[in-house]
Structures are given as structure tokens and as C-alpha cells.
Design a protein. Structure first.
Lengths: 381, 318
């Protein structure tokens, strides 16, 4: 009976590959979390990949060869992500994989690609994906360590050295909290309060009251993800705390301002990518044309506002396309070598220059410090 | 020579495991197969608890989590070999099940379901929140078992999916063999007796609380072994594996295939493992399809898929 089911699985696979047979030139794999708890990240990523592959194929593909995209939805489950990665490598025969929306899914895809020597561009934040560097694993988003550094840099410029921290206990918040604690001494910053909240908590007033109770604190940092940081911002305003509030790049979207309310979020600072403030960039900014082209295309095709996370997928695909166009052949090993030699590629997160020691290729300058003013974003000079 | 039901079940299982690879078009199917076996192993544990003894646990993923994290944490902090860590995980799971089950199983009714539900959630929360040791919600790496390299040295080259297909297939066979033996042993008969009627079982001199506790501990060890296999195979594990949804999935697999039959439950695990892979084209409707299949089975085939179908075939033969 299992044979029967294998047969069913086979038949559905066969129908899939039939539809694509004619153009199966460059096979690109992707596993993202289109559904599930991380869907607000994975959904724009999936839409971006589909949209851009269509665009590239319509304009003639890469060196005349079309891209065939194999896209799976892992629902944010690391076990499923690993299965799909195996499927992409063993069954679909892709030359590279984009994906791993979350750190968990990326880390479980990694052993598969390192085993099969297929280049893999992750879309997840944590630094452990590229540190230590593994031969076939790359990623596009800034690390949470860089976000901490960018925020502490801004705090130092404004003369704040004693801060309080209120972090989410979800993967993003916990990882960023650890990185911030590690780099704080480099900026002469002492963390006087270190509070946390659960991802589903509906009220952070007690933690904020604790932080307010410590009179030396000059600013507050809130590493977190999803609705938590918005509740923090609301409670912060309700308690009438006047200290400057910093949020993380995890909430760099218009959805955050909507959730927290324009009034409560007034003056909140966070590090974000150029994508959020495309119109505000100087005309001679190298990122402006790239960012605006992607923003216009995405918003026209999907009718939804562009998000930082879709930008990560945009950059990953750009890196892949750029590498294939420079690569000697479309063999995975050659594409891997070409990705590692990526230099001066302008994406939505910054200008990417990779090396054998750096599989991210971004510096702090590619982060923009943003402030919320009147329900919108402004660039902090 | 006529085979007993037990021998026939084992033979069918062994033949399927050994012959299926000849029909695999690519290495990916080995991965799906090994996932099926890993789930199947945990579900055989559910059969012992639910099918034989009639008790319901909604927290078995907690034991899967203990088994999985044992393979990540014991090598890192105690320097234990991964294989020994899996044994340690099984011991810890069994002991935990004993401590949790002992007071609860003296009570009648749905206390075990509720308590195990709480226990499962507790385990997944500890794994997610004690980030210092467990790596938190982002998960943690597990070391290489080393057996594949050893086999390669001995001249048996297997790809990673092939190796895990073989190992988890073997584990499932052993698990099924033990469960089938248990079924026909005095202990197994005692379990099935108390499933039928606790009062009657007590009247004929069965220590009901003790028997239930035994079933709970054994099924916890099965779940733990399944978790260890998953963690070692994936080389990475996150707290999701101990999550509430995974517990429900395991019970669903058993009930769908037929909780009273070892082979049926493995069949159920097979369906719920393969269906999401076959349905990637309809990924958005996956949950609906699963719900529909489940409802139809509950309404028309209360015994579960495999026993009902076999019953129908036998009925027609007469």
C-alpha cells in the first residue's frame, strides 16, 4: 500500500515536471515559510521570487537561459524544510537553493546543502548561519549583531550610556538580546535593566514599570518581533515614559506603526533598510534606483506594500542571477565560486561584497537609522 | 505452514521496507521513507498506550522532545557519544513518564489526557525558554552519529538519506516486533483486558494502575527513541518537535490508521507523512484535506483505515 502512495506522489510530481519541461534550463530551488507563524516573512518572499523569476524570464533569462523556479512552502517547520531541501537536491536537481525564512529552517537546510555541495542563500537573520563560514552557505539579511551595533552607535552619538532592555523570548528576540549584551561593552554602554516578555503576552506594563524605576536609565531598547514590540510601544506611551525608545529591524515595516499607533510610536528609532524609505533617499544614492524599481514592481503586481523581508528574497535572487551570469558554467560548484566573488552588487539591504571569509558582504553603513514622525518614516542623519 | 497474525504483520512490514527502495526514482524518497519510519516508531508507542491499554496521551511530543534534545545536549555538555545519548534520553523519558504517570494513572477517566497535555506543553516551553542550554526557539545542532562513516570504511557507501532509511527502518521493525510480542504476552493481555473493562480486569486480579503505568512508560520510551532518530538524522533540532501540534499529529496518525493494530498505525503514519509531500501543489488546502480524511474515517471506519478495510475484505471472502 505504501507503493500505491509512492505512486500517487510520483504521479503528482510527474505532472509538475511535465508542465515545466520545455524551459527547464537553470533550476533554482526555494523553500520559504509561506504559511505558518513566520508567514508574514515568507509570504512576501515567495511573491517576490515568483514575480522576479517571471520578470527575468520575460526579458530573456540569464545569458539566454530561462530560470525554472521550484518553490515549496515549509510552513516554518524545520523538519519540513529539511525534507524539501532534500527533495530540491535529490529529486528536482536544482543548482542552488534560496530560502530558509527563519533561523531554524535555515539551520536544518544547511547540512543538506553542505553535504550535496549546492550553494544556499538564506533569508534568516541570525549570525550563526554565516559564522563560522561554511563553504556553500550565504545569506542576505543583516545580522542581529549589526543591528545592535547600529543602535548602540546612534545611542553613543546622542550621549546615552546607561540603558534598559526589554526583549521578546522568541527566537529573534532571544538571539538579538544575546548579541546586544555581547557588543554593548564595545560602545561603552551598560545595560542596567534586562527584562523580557513571552511572544504571546498582551501587556508589558510591569516590565516597563521596573525599567522606569531605575532612575539612571537614559534610553530603552526593545529587541523583538511581531506584535510584542508594538505592545511595548503602546504601554510605553500609556505609562508616559519620556526616555528615547529604540526598536529592532525586526519591526521595520508600516504594519508596526499601524499596530502601535502613530501617536505612541512618535519618536521611536530603529535600524532599517533603504527599502522602507525609498522615496526619501538622495537622488545620487546608489540604492535608490534598485529599491524603487523593486518597490514599484512588487506593489503593482501584488497590490500590497513592499516589506523588508521580500527585499531579502529580492537580494538573494539578484546575487544568484549575478553569479550565474559571471559563472563559467551552470554547475553548482561554479555558481558557488561566483557567489563568493560577488562584488559591489547593489541590493535593497545594501551593497554586497562577499569574500571567502564573509558570506554576508554587508557593512554597518547599509543599515539606515530611521525615526517615526507623524506616522511615517524619516531618515536620521 | 500457516503464519500467525504477528509473523504476517512483521513479514509485510519487512518486505515493504526492503523492496520499496527498488521503486524509488531518487534519493529524496529515502528521506520521506525515513521520516515515515521515525513517525511510525512513535505511533507504535501510541498503539501500546491507546490501542492496547485504552489510555489517551496528548503530550507524547514532550517525550519526543526529551529524546531529541538528549542527543543534542548530552554530547555537548557531558561529552557522551550520540548513540549513548539516545539511550540516556530513553531512560530519562521512561523515568519522567513513571513519575508523571504514577499519581495520575491511579485515577479513572480523562486525567491522563489532561495531565499529559500539560506535561507536553511544559517540556516545549522549557526547551524554548532555557536558551542558555537549549539554544532557545532557534534550535540547536546535534552531532553526527558516526555510523555512516564507519560503514563507509567497511566498504558500504550509503548516501545520507539511504543510511537513515535503513537505520530508521530497522528501528521501526524492532519496535513493531517488540510491540507485537507485548500484545500476546500476559502483560499485553492484561492491558487489553483493562481496555475492555477496568472493573472486570480488577476482578480477575490485574493490578490496573500498575499495568497502565507500564504502558505509559513503554510508549514514552518509543516516543523518545523516535525523537532521538529524528534529531540525529536532521543534525539540527528545534523545540517545535516537542510542540502540542506534534502530539496531536501522533495521536491522529494512530487513530487514522487503526489504533488497535500495529501495522494499521504505521499505515496511518505513512499517510500523514506522505500526504503533505504529495499535496505540495495544493499546499494551501493541506489542512482541509487532512481534516476531511480524518472525519470520513471517524464516521465510516471507526476502527481506523487498515483494520476496517481488512475487515471488509474478509467479510467479502466468506
Amino acid at each position: 500500500m505504501r507503493k500505491l502512495l509512492t505512486g500517487v506522489a510520483l504521479a503528482s510530481l510527474a505532472s509538475l515536471s511535465f508542465a515545466s519541461f520545455a524551459w527547464a534550463d537553470i533550476k533554482l530551488g526555494a523553500t520559504v515559510s509561506e504559511t505558518g507563524p513566520a508567514s508574514f516573512l515568507g509570504d512576501p518572499e515567495a511573491k517576490t521570487l515568483k514575480l522576479m523569476v517571471e520578470q527575468i524570464n520575460a526579458s530573456g533569462g540569464i545569458k539566454g537561459e530561462k530560470i525554472k523556479l521550484f518553490l515549496y512552502d515549509d510552513g516554518g517547520d524545520p523538519n519540513k524544510a529539511r525534507t524539501f531541501a532534500t527533495r530540491l537536491v535529490e529529486d528536482d536537481g536544482v543548482v542552488a537553493i534560496i530560502g530558509g525564512t527563519t533561523t531554524g529552517t535555515s539551520m536544518s537546510v544547511m547540512p543538506v546543502v553542505e553535504d550535496a555541495k549546492i550553494p544556499f542563500i538564506s533569508l534568516a537573520g541570525a549570525i550563526e548561519i554565516i559564522d563560522p563560514v561554511r563553504p556553500n552557505t550565504f545569506k542576505t539579511p543583516h545580522t542581529d549583531r549589526m543591528a545592535c551595533e547600529k543602535i548602540f552607535d546612534d545611542m553613543k552619538k546622542r550621549g546615552y550610556t546607561k540603558i534598559g532592555m526589554l526583549s521578546g523570548t522568541d527566537g529573534f528576540g532571544a538571539s538579538m538580546r544575546a548579541q546586544c549584551l555581547a557588543v554593548a561593552p564595545n560602545y561603552g554602554i551598560t545595560i542596567l535593566a534586562d527584562e523580557n516578555y513571552g511572544p504571546k503576552d498582551a501587556d508589558m506594563t510591569p516590565q516597563l514599570t521596573n525599567i522606569r524605576g531605575k532612575s539612571d536609565i537614559q534610553a530603552v531598547l526593545s529587541p523583538g518581533f511581531g506584535q510584542g514590540p508594538a505592545i511595548v510601544t503602546r504601554n510605553y506611551a500609556q505609562l508616559g515614559i519620556t526616555l528615547p525608545l529604540y526598536q529592532s529591524h525586526g519591526v521595520a515595516s508600516n504594519g508596526f506603526i499601524e499596530l502601535a499607533g502613530a501617536k505612541a510610536s512618535e519618536g521611536v528609532r530603529l535600524p532599517g533598510t533603504a527599502l522602507l524609505v525609498g522615496e526619501l533617499l538622495a537622488d545620487n544614492d546608489p540604492q535608490k534606483p534598485v529599491v524603487m524599481a523593486y518597490k514599484t514592481a512588487f506593489e503593482k503586481a501584488t497590490g500590497t506594500p513592499v516589506s523588508t523581508f521580500g527585499g531579502y528574497a529580492h537580494d538573494a535572487l539578484r546575487i544568484f542571477v549575478d553569479a550565474v551570469s559571471r559563472s563559467k558554467s551552470t554547475k553548482p560548484a561554479d555558481i558557488r565560486d561566483a557567489i563568493e566573488k560577488t562584488s559591489g552588487l547593489v541590493g535593497t539591504t545594501g551593497t554586497v561584497t562577499m569574500s571567502p571569509k564573509d558570506h554576508l558582504g554587508l557593512d554597518l553603513g547599509s543599515f539606515r537609522m530611521l525615526e517615526i514622525k507623524n506616522g511615517g518614516w524619516v531618515l536620521v542623519k | 505452514m500457516k503464519l500467525s497474525a504477528k509473523q504476517a504483520s512483521l513479514l509485510v512490514l519487512a518486505v515493504l521496507i526492503v523492496l520499496s527502495p527498488f521503486f524509488f526514482p531518487s534519493g529524496y524518497y529515502f528521506r520521506v521513507g525515513s521520516l515515515l519510519f521515525v513517525n511510525g516508531l512513535a505511533v507504535v508507542g501510541i498503539v501500546i498506550l491507546t490501542g492496547f491499554a485504552g489510555q489517551i496521551s496528548l503530550g507524547h511530543a514532550g517525550f519526543v522532545g526529551i529524546g531529541a534534545y538528549a542527543c543534542a545536549l548530552a554530547p555537548a555538555y557531558l561529552g557522551l557519544h550520540p548513540a549513548l545519548s539516545a539511550v540516556l534520553g530513553a531512560v530519562v523519558s521512561g523515568a519522567t513518564a513513571y513519575l508523571v504517570g504514577r499519581p495520575i494513572l491511579r485515577l479513572k477517566g480523562y486525567y491522563l489526557a489532561v495531565a499529559s497535555l500539560g506535561f507536553g506543553i511544559l517540556v516545549s516551553m522549557v526547551l524554548a525558554n532555557e536558551a542558555r542550554w537549549t539554544g532557545g526557539p532557534d534550535g540547536i545542532k546535534t552531532p553526527d552519529l558516526g555510523l555512516r562513516g564507519l560503514l563507509a570504511d567497511m566498504g558500504l557507501e550509503l548516501t545520507n538519506p539511504q543510511f537513515w532509511y535503513a537505520l530508521s527502518g530497522l528501528a521501526l521493525l524492532i519496535g513493531a516486533w517488540l510491540a507485537l510480542n507485548l500484545r500476546d504476552s500476559p502483560t499485553g493481555r492484561a492491558l487489553r483486558a483493562l481496555h475492555g473493562s477496568e472493573v472486570a480486569a480488577r476482578t480477575v486480579g490485574i493490578d490496573v494502575a500498575q499495568a497502565k503505568l507500564m504502558a505509559f512508560v513503554v510508549s514514552a520510551v518509543y516516543a523518545s527513541a523516535s525523537g532521538s532518530l529524528l534529531a540525529l538524522q536532521n543534525r539540527f533540532i528545534t523545540p517545535d518537535v516537542a510542540g502540542y501540534m506534534h502530539s496531536i499529529e501522533l495521536v491522529t496518525m494512530a487513530v487514522l490508521g487503526g489504533a488497535g493494530s500495529v501495522l494499521g498505525a504505521i499505515f496511518g503514519a505513512g499517510i500523514l507523512t506522505l500526504l503533505p509531500q504529495a499535496l505540495t501543489v495544493f499546499q494551501n488546502y493541506e489542512q482541509i484535506m487532512l481534516g476531511l480524511v480524518m472525519m470520513l474515517v471517524m464516521v465510516f471506519m471507526r476502527q481506523g483505515l487498515l483494520p476496517s478495510v481488512l475487515g471488509l475484505m474478509r467479510g467479502r471472502g466468506e
